[in-house]
Design a protein around this ligand. Structure first.
Ligand SMILES: Cc1cc2nc3c(=O)[nH]c(=O)nc-3n(C[C@H](O)[C@H](O)[C@H](O)COP(=O)(O)O)c2cc1C
Length: 380
């Protein structure tokens, strides 16, 4: 059976690389994103299409089951925030082997995102990256929560909350209320929250890197958040160690369960891309340029917090080895987008199957045993 699934993935991968991807890449990236979402939405709408998608892309193994902060996951490979900005494709994710999906980022108010609709994404294929200049476009927390409130989900759902990007003026009270609005509206929807304080494409920058602002935000969120639903904070990719530690201390102080590492990398702070490929002077990069930074940050956070904070590792996961490196560095869960775009929708199944092989090779019987195994904490 394992052999047949490998063969299936290999054939699908070849089909994607030589047929589907060249066609999809004929569209400008933002248009291609919209078209692929439409396909995912269509496939999710009918039992027959979910069944056939599952037949082609699904992989499952008990060794990958994991419980994190009280939530059960069939596998640790999730969709990262930003692909499904309005929460429209939830019914197709289990069929393509995602273990969970983080929706959004949702903002308190309707957010059109940055100007230039249709031209806010850029491919950097040699760098295995996407330059993103969306600026948090989404329909707003009210409309989306209203649509999702009666849905049942077949996998754990993360709700990513960000501050509405419609003004360059920063007002602390207003900004906090914006996050609170989303958190409260999604009280009954989804399984965890991510507080996105690290979008690199907003008009007002990243004001919640400041300790005072962050503590005010987390204090308020700790008052309004529903009991028993984990909350994570998503960090930027270009922070100084002292800034990272300040955020971690604040998370520990206000009972935040963990962190998502990391958001997109800004080209001015990151040189791990092919220079001639940078197509636009704004935006920030996903994929390979982020891979090492995110894994290094996972290692640091795991050691600094002595494993007390849950880590969701994200950035440049293209195969099982990349995924395993983040897990053995200390991540309990993983997220991805760019790997799926460059490798194809069979890649989540391939990563899961590859993870099982890597676990067996290292003598582990569950994914949980592998967490942090190559980043041992100092003995007390
Ligand atoms: C098209 C696109 C849109 C994104 N939008 C968001 C977003 O709204 N909120 C967020 O927290 N991260 C967003 N991100 C960042 C991803 O969640 C993730 O942190 C980053 O892409 C690294 O993962 P990857 O290398 O697997 O793509 C976006 C990424 C991409 C590629």
């Amino acid at each position: 059976m394992d052999f047949l699934i490998s063969l299936r993935s290999r054939l699908l991968g070849i089909g994607y690389r030589w047929l589907a991807k060249p066609l999809i890449f004929l569209w400008p990236p933002e248009i291609a994103h919209d078209k692929m979402k439409a396909v995912g939405k269509f496939l999710g709408n009918y039992a027959w299409s979910r069944f056939f998608t599952r037949l082609l892309f699904h992989y499952q193994n008990k060794k990958l089951n994991i419980e994190v902060d009280g939530v059960h996951y069939n596998n640790p490979v999730g969709l990262s925030a930003g692909f499904d900005k309005d929460g429209e494709l939830t019914r197709i994710y289990p069929a393509i082997s995602f273990g969970f999906a983080e929706l959004g980022s949702f903002t308190g108010e309707i957010c059109p995102g940055n100007p230039g609709v249709g031209r806010r994404l850029f491919r950097m294929p040699k760098s295995k990256s996407i330059l993103v200049w969306y600026g948090l476009n989404n329909q707003g927390a009210e409309k989306i929560s209203e649509r999702l409130k009666d849905q049942t989900f077949q996998l754990p759902i993360g709700i990513s909350a960000a501050k509405t990007n419609i003004s360059s003026e920063f007002d602390l009270e207003e900004a906090i209320e914006d996050y609170v609005k989303t958190v409260v509206l999604f009280e009954e929807i989804g399984d965890y929250y991510t507080i996105n304080i690290s979008c690199p494409n907003t008009q007002e920058g990243e004001p919640f890197v400041d300790q005072g602002n962050l503590e005010a935000l987390l204090e308020k969120l700790s008052e309004v958040r529903p009991a028993g639903k984990p909350m994570y904070v998503k960090l930027a990719a270009d922070l100084e160690v002292s800034e990272i530690n300040t955020i971690l201390d604040a998370c520990l102080k206000f009972g935040i369960e963990g962190v998502v590492l990391n958001n997109l990398a800004k080209p001015e702070f990151n040189k791990e891309y092919v220079k001639e490929e940078l197509p636009f002077h704004k935006g920030a990069m996903s994929g390979l340029p982020l891979q090492r930074i995110s894994t290094d940050m996972i290692r640091h956070v795991y050691r600094y917090t002595e494993g007390k904070l849950t880590i969701i590792g994200v950035g440049g996961i293209f195969n099982a080895q990349d995924a395993y490196e983040k897990i053995t560095s200390g991540a309990s869960l993983l997220e991805m987008i760019t790997g799926m775009i460059y490798e194809g929708p069979q890649v989540m199944g391939e990563i899961n199957q590859g993870l099982v092989k890597l676990l067996e090779k290292d003598g582990f019987s569950t994914i949980e045993e592998a967490i942090g195994s190559r980043n041992p904490l100092p003995k007390k």
